[in-house]
Design a protein around this ligand. Structure first.
Ligand code: C2O
Length: 512
């Protein structure tokens, strides 16, 4: 199935999914946005929390949806397999707990995706070796369908049959691999009510932008003249000079009574490089209710996010600064380009096996390339990042603030940074270099998210309390950046109490 089956559940449910790998490739499944309270073993990123499930093998994921409800998705977390291996997770509120908005007439899942004609593992290898940006997807898809521009798919275009006057809840998921996307419905406004499976104050807009890994619930009311309206996704591309697919995928929001073969009214998507349109929605996002934002921060990390071309001059280039997969492109956080170990970090940490990772991820950049303020005209001589499997270790209960700063010696770009195991408060963000004197934080009702689009050439500040023990991946959800090394692992130690400890690994945990 493409997309894969929907997992339906209810808040606080225990979810058990037995995954059998019938593909020729190793695979793992990640439950994106599920916080995996005391169940890091079921989180899924390959070589971070588990070895992959090999062909013909199986593994049972078990986790509880502790105080979580809303729209999530699951996806493969090995190589680039998530391009086609994904599906929605819908978690309803507890019995008798209403939505904080008028109950919709119907709900629909809308997954934005990218379709590729070739084998994803081979594409990843070829792209890494080429030293170039990835080729564009062959098509964009809405619920697996590219729309009327492709004759062979014309009969299967995703369609919502709308009853005039009724309100619909759309669960939007961006499952695309390497592209951020705008989404709009012709002539209709969208009211955002939930972001990353947390309620927001209602925010009405003409269109939304989702980075890969983001989910968004919107309400739309069929209050326009009877007709067929298009629902469209199209690219948001903030990096300069890269090739991408400037096409739209189309689905229909079609009123009962509209002629099916009549022309549909086109949706107005912003221009692909409209940074303002991408940022405007974020500007209005607020948690529905006042929240308890961690104050008196214990650890304040400054983390740069960047891409660079490796010019390795080290004595030991293979180890220190050879770019991934034989190419020259690298991506890093604080100039450390993450190398995956060949056993899982969680297992190595839990069993105290040394030699697979170190605990010395720097809390500040090794070097700060001030690309934002003009470095492109005056590039530093040495822009290399260093390879390493360096983790950052946090005591249980640490109040953490991360300042994520986009800097790059190649091109700045809006990066959707995703943290596993937690949601975090986005207390501030802006363009340019972060400046504590001018940053204006929202400590009252900031949005509570798991994937934050760090604005192109800008920064974002996030806060959370490290109270879920395990090894948690934090990475750019643009898959090519992850391949180039744009990630880090945060290890959170056990606490003292019985409900503050990571349990033993499951018996069927795959071996490497
Ligand atoms: Cu949806 Cu590690 O990602």
């Amino acid at each position: 199935m493409y997309p894969g089956p929907v997992v339906y559940a209810q808040e606080d449910d225990k979810v058990i999914v037995r995954v059998t790998n019938e593909s020729p490739y190793n695979i793992t499944i990640h439950w994106h946005g599920i916080r995996q309270r005391l169940s890091c073993w079921s989180d899924g990123p390959s070589y971070i929390t588990q070895c992959p499930i090999q062909t013909g093998q199986n593994f049972t994921y078990e986790f509880t949806l502790v105080q979580q409800k809303g729209t999530f998705f699951w996806h493969a977390h090995v190589s680039w397999l998530r391009a086609t291996v994904y599906g929605a997770i819908v978690v309803y509120p507890n019995n008798g707990v209403p939505y904080p908005f008028k109950f919709p007439y119907e709900e629909h899942i809308i997954i934005l995706g990218e379709f590729w004609m070739k084998d994803m593992v081979q594409i990843e290898q070829a792209v890494l070796a080429s030293g170039r940006a990835p080729p564009p997807a062959d098509a964009f898809t809405i619920n697996g369908q590219p729309g009327p521009n492709y004759n062979c798919s014309a009969d299967d275009i995703f369609k919502i049959d709308a009853v005039p006057g009724k309100t619909y809840l759309l669960r939007l998921i961006n499952a695309a691999l390497n592209q951020e996307h705008f989404f709009a419905i012709a002539n209709h406004r969208l009211t955002i009510v939930e972001v990353d499976a947390e309620y927001t104050k209602p925010l009405t807009t003409d269109r939304v932008m989702l980075g890969p890994g983001q989910t968004l619930n919107v309400l739309v009311t069929a209050d326009k003249p009877i007709a067929r309206y298009s629902m469209a996704m199209g690219p948001y591309q903030s990096a300069k000079n890269v090739s991408f697919q400037n096409i739209t995928a189309i689905a229909y929001f079609q009123y009962f009574g509209a002629t099916a073969n009549g022309l549909s009214l086109p949706a107005a998507l912003p221009h692909f490089d409209d940074n303002l349109a991408a940022k405007t929605v974020m500007d209005g996002l607020r948690s529905l209710n006042p929240v308890t934002v961690p104050k008196d921060i214990d650890r304040n990390l400054f983390v740069t996010i960047g891409l660079n071309v490796q010019k390795c001059r080290s004595k030991n280039p293979q180890k220190d600064c050879q770019a991934k997969g034989g190419g020259v492109m690298a991506a890093s956080m604080n100039n450390i380009s993450f190398s995956k170990p060949n056993i899982s970090i969680l297992e190595a940490y839990y069993k105290n096996i040394s030699g697979y990772f170190t605990q010395d991820f720097p809390g500040v950049p090794l070097k700060f390339y001030d690309f934002v303020n003009g470095a492109p005209n005056n590039p530093p001589n040495d822009t290399n990042s260093l390879n390493g499997t360096r983790t950052y270790v946090l005591d249980y209960g640490t109040k953490v603030q991360l300042i994520l700063q986009d800097t790059s010696t190649v091109s700045t770009e809006n990066h959707p940074i995703h943290l596993h195991g937690y949601s975090f408060y986005v207390v501030g963000y802006g363009t340019g270099n972060y400046d504590p004197d001018t940053a204006n934080f929202n400590l009252v009702d900031p949005p509570y998210m798991n994937t934050i689009g760090v604005p192109v050439g800008g920064w974002a500040a996030i806060r959370f309390i490290a109270d879920n023990p395990g090894a948690w991946f934090m990475h750019c959800h643009l898959e090519i950046h992850l391949s180039w090394g744009l990630s880090v692992v945060l290890i959170v130690k056990n606490g003292e109490g019985p409900l503050e400890r990571l349990p033993h690994p499951p018996k069927d945990l795959p071996r490497c």
